[in-house]
Design a protein around this ligand. Structure first.
Ligand SMILES: Cc1cc2nc3c(=O)[nH]c(=O)nc-3n(C[C@H](O)[C@H](O)[C@H](O)COP(=O)(O)O)c2cc1C
Length: 362
């Protein structure tokens, strides 16, 4: 069983690198920022930092959960963690279940490395939302995590030939985990998106953050169907809520709620402009998984550093174009929501005018 889980981890990396993003679009192209030509501000005053649960990140970006738990994966987490440390990114490790069920030294080391190379960084533990609460606690302790991600991956489990088929009691379990672990809990999707109904339910369970994990990037139905083709399930490659829409749904559900939950936007983010759009809509930070893995595995750690340096420069340019000097001010920039995303919002009762008619004091 554990061997099977370890092999699957390696297979997921291999398949993720071979499987194209989509087929749904993440929808970022339908979010259009209104350019305001009369700029104000100054390059040296632009601050890209954000605070997440009292820890500061130099950039509003985190490397989302991917890996650990099989021989050879320690090296990937080490390279990701070094990049996170160098650029001030947050990071989540991949699901720790394999190392929790089998505390073989090498498996545990493949996660612990993320903390060892980045002792002060913002690091998130990761397990499935259905694990026993004590296991969730052990995952946090294993890497001295600042927060815990609990993943919801129903589409993946149901397209995985050997996946789970029983989902009773997830909400109650999340509630128990929130009571037990000493760090904030974030519930995340893995690429099929959270809806406003689910975000609203999660807010009642004691979680302190949600990660939208929308469709349009890494597609686990496609990964599982490529691992083990079953033509009658091919339609599931199209199942899910595109990322931009999922973010709007989650923001709508959580608006005005107290306490305020952190909103992590992710799914199909591949460039600085998409990061900026997610922040303008209202995300607190933006997660990138597949895109970073591709760069790292295909072109190496220097290429990943270069990509992040370029993203930083572009983000700064766009902040100046928006005449804002910090990430929080981005939430006042007017943005027009077009196409399918706009139509979806109308039907789901999400008011797009409040985004389009935002005013900055020019
Ligand atoms: C190879 C790979 C492994 C992943 N493993 C996990 C995991 O163990 N736990 C989890 O919550 N999400 C996992 N994810 C999902 C990502 O954290 C993220 O939610 C998803 O890939 C969507 O983001 P993206 O489009 O930027 O890749 C994995 C993604 C990839 C590419």
């Amino acid at each position: 069983m554990n061997m099977q889980r370890e092999n699957r981890k390696l297979e997921h990396i291999r398949q993720a690198l071979q499987t194209e993003s989509g087929p749904l679009s993440a929808g970022w192209e339908e979010i259009r920022i209104v350019h305001q030509a009369l700029l104000k501000g100054n390059w040296d005053e632009v601050d890209l930092s954000v605070s997440l649960f009292h820890k500061k990140l130099a950039l509003p970006i985190y490397i989302n959960a991917m890996t650990g738990g099989a021989l050879g994966l320690e090296e990937i987490n080490r390279m990701l963690a070094e990049t996170a440390r160098e650029y001030g990114l947050g990071m989540a490790v991949g699901s720790q279940t394999s190392a929790l069920q089998n505390d073989q030294r090498e498996l545990v080391a493949s996660y612990k490395i993320a903390r060892e190379v980045n002792p002060d960084g913002f690091l998130m533990a990761n397990v499935g939302a259905g694990v026993k609460p004590e296991m969730a606690l052990a995952a946090v302790e294993m890497i001295e995590a600042d927060a815990l991600q609990l993943h919801l991956n129903g589409v993946q489990e149901l397209t995985m030939a050997e996946g789970d088929r029983s989902f009773h009691g997830l909400a109650e379990n999340i509630e128990k985990i929130c009571r037990l672990v000493p760090v904030p809990v974030i519930v995340k999707e893995v690429g099929n998106g959270l809806s406003k109904e689910v975000a609203g339910q999660l807010a009642q369970l004691g979680v302190q953050g949600v990660d939208t994990g929308g469709s349009g990037g890494t597609n686990f139905a496609a990964i599982e169907l490529n691992r083990f083709p079953r033509a009658h399930l091919d339609g599931l490659r199209f199942w899910g809520i595109p990322s931009a829409i999922s973010l709007l749904e989650v923001l709508e559900a959580l608006e005005g709620g107290a306490p305020k939950l952190h909103v992590f936007a992710s799914g199909g983010v591949t460039c600085a402009q998409q990061v900026l759009k997610a922040l303008v809509l209202g995300a607190d930070a933006v997660g990138i998984a597949g895109c970073f893995l591709h760069i790292l595995q295909q072109d190496g750690p220097a290429a990943l550093r270069k990509a992040i340096a370029k993203m930083t420069e572009e983000l700064k340019i766009m902040m100046l174009l928006c005449s804002v000097s910090n990430i929080n001010q981005l939430k006042k920039v007017p943005v027009v929501i077009t196409g399918l995303t706009g139509e979806w919002c109308v039907q789901r009762g999400i008011n797009t005018q409040k985004y389009a008619q935002r005013g900055i004091a020019f």
